[in-house]
Design a binder for this molecule. Structure first.
Ligand code: CP
Length: 317
C-alpha cells in the first residue's frame, strides 16, 4: 500500500476486517516488520486519539516514531505556490515535504479543511503535496475531506458488535457550536456504502454531503423516521458542503441532539461517535454513558485500523 485515503485503498474489505481482527488478537506479532523503520506523523491540527493510537500502532510494529506539530516549534509553512513569501511564513511546503521524506519511511498527515477555498480543501491540496513530493508512502490522519483511519475503526467496531448479518446503520447530523469539516461523515459514508449494512444518512435539509461520498445512501430528512429500527446510531456534526454555503453552519437545532427518547425509537441501537464530542449538544450524558455506547471501544480500535494500514505499507516497502 502506497497511499491510504479511502476505502478502495484497502482492497477486499472483508479481508481487511479479517486482518484487523487478527492484528487485534496479537498486535505484537509483526514487530520485526518495522525494525529500523521510522513513522513520521505531521500535525497541522490538534489531536488526541489519532496522535496516540497511530504512534502506538507504529510502535506495535517495531517502528521508531517522530511527531511534528507544524504550528508548534516548526517554521510556519506556506502551502500555496506562487505566493510572494514576505509574511510570517518562513518555509514552503514544497521544500519542507521532501526534507521530511529524508528522515522517515512512512508519513501520516493531519491537515483539516480550512473553509477558505472549497477547491483547495476538496482537491486535498496539502495531503497530495505529501503524496507527490515526500517520496514515501503517505496516509491521511484526517485531511481536508476524509478521515479513513477513523472510518476503518468504525467499521471494525460495527463488525465486532453487530447482532445480525446486515445491520441498519444511521449516520445522524447533530448540532455543534462551531463549523466542522465533512471529513468524518464523508469517510464514514465511503466505508458504509461498501460494507454489508443498510445505510441511512439523516440531516436537516442543506447538509447534503458530496455525491462521491454519499453515493447511493438513503437520505432521510426526518431524524425520528431514520432512527426507527436502527442497530447503530453514528452521530456527528458537519458544516454545509453545498454551494453557496460551503463551511457554514445552517442549523443549531437542538431537537437533533441524540437523547434517550430518540434512542428508544431504535432497535436498542449502539451509540457511536468518533470523539471528541460536545456533550448535550451532539448527545446527552445518559446516552453516551449508557451500556450501549461504544465510544471507548471505538476509539480503542483506532490503534487497530492504523496498525493494519502501517503494516501494509511496511510490507510494500
Ligand atoms: N477521532 C479523532 O480523530 O480524534 P482526534 O481528533 O483526537 O485525533
Amino acid at each position: 500500500m502506497k497511499t491510504y485515503t479511502n476505502v478502495k485503498d484497502l482492497g477486499d474489505l472483508n479481508l481487511a476486517i479479517k486482518e484487523a481482527l487478527e492484528v487485534k488478537k496479537n498486535r505484537y506479532a509483526y514487530k520485526h516488520l518495522g525494525e529500523n523503520k521510522t513513522c513520521l506523523m505531521v500535525f497541522f491540527n490538534s489531536s488526541l486519539r489519532t496522535r496516540l493510537s497511530t504512534q502506538k500502532a507504529a510502535m506495535n510494529l517495531g517502528m521508531n516514531t517522530m511527531v511534528l506539530d507544524v504550528n508548534q516549534g516548526a517554521w510556519k509553512l506556506e502551502t500555496e505556490r506562487g505566493v510572494i513569501m514576505d509574511g510570517d511564513k518562513s518555509e514552503h511546503l514544497l521544500e519542507a515535504v521532501p526534507v521530511m521524506g529524508q528522515f522517515c519511511d512512512i508519513i501520516g498527515v493531519r491537515s483539516f479543511a480550512r473553509f477558505e477555498n472549497k477547491a483547495f480543501d476538496y482537491e486535498e491540496t496539502i495531503l497530495n503535496q505529501f503524496i507527490k513530493y515526500s517520496g514515501k508512502p503517505v496516509f491521511s490522519m484526517e485531511s481536508g475531506t476524509v478521515h479513513p483511519l477513523q472510518a476503518f475503526a468504525d467499521l471494525i467496531t460495527i463488525e465486532e458488535y453487530k447482532k445480525k448479518e446486515r445491520p441498519k446503520v444511521v449516520l445522524s447530523w447533530a448540532p455543534h457550536p462551531r463549523a466542522l469539516p465533512q471529513a468524518v461523515p464523508n469517510s464514514f459514508a465511503d466505508f458504509m456504502n461498501e460494507a454489508n449494512v443498510d445505510f441511512v444518512i439523516t440531516h436537516p435539509e442543506g447538509y447534503e454531503l458530496a455525491e462521491q461520498f454519499a453515493r447511493n445512501a438513503k437520505i432521510e430528512y426526518n431524524q425520528d423516521k431514520a432512527f426507527e429500527g436502527a442497530d447503530f446510531i453514528y452521530a456527528k456534526n458537519w458544516s454545509a458542503y453545498q454551494d453557496p454555503n460551503y463551511g457554514k453552519i445552517l442549523s443549531q437545532d437542538m431537537s437533533w441532539t441524540v437523547d434517550s427518547k430518540k434512542m428508544a425509537l431504535t432497535n436498542n441501537a449502539f451509540f457511536m461517535h468518533c470523539l471528541p464530542v460536545r456533550r448535550n449538544m451532539i448527545v446527552t450524558d445518559d446516552v453516551i454513558e449508557s451500556p450501549t455506547s461504544l465510544v471507548i471501544p471505538e476509539a480503542g480500535n483506532r490503534e487497530i485500523s492504523a496498525q493494519v494500514v502501517i503494516k501494509r505499507m511496511l510490507e510494500a516497502l
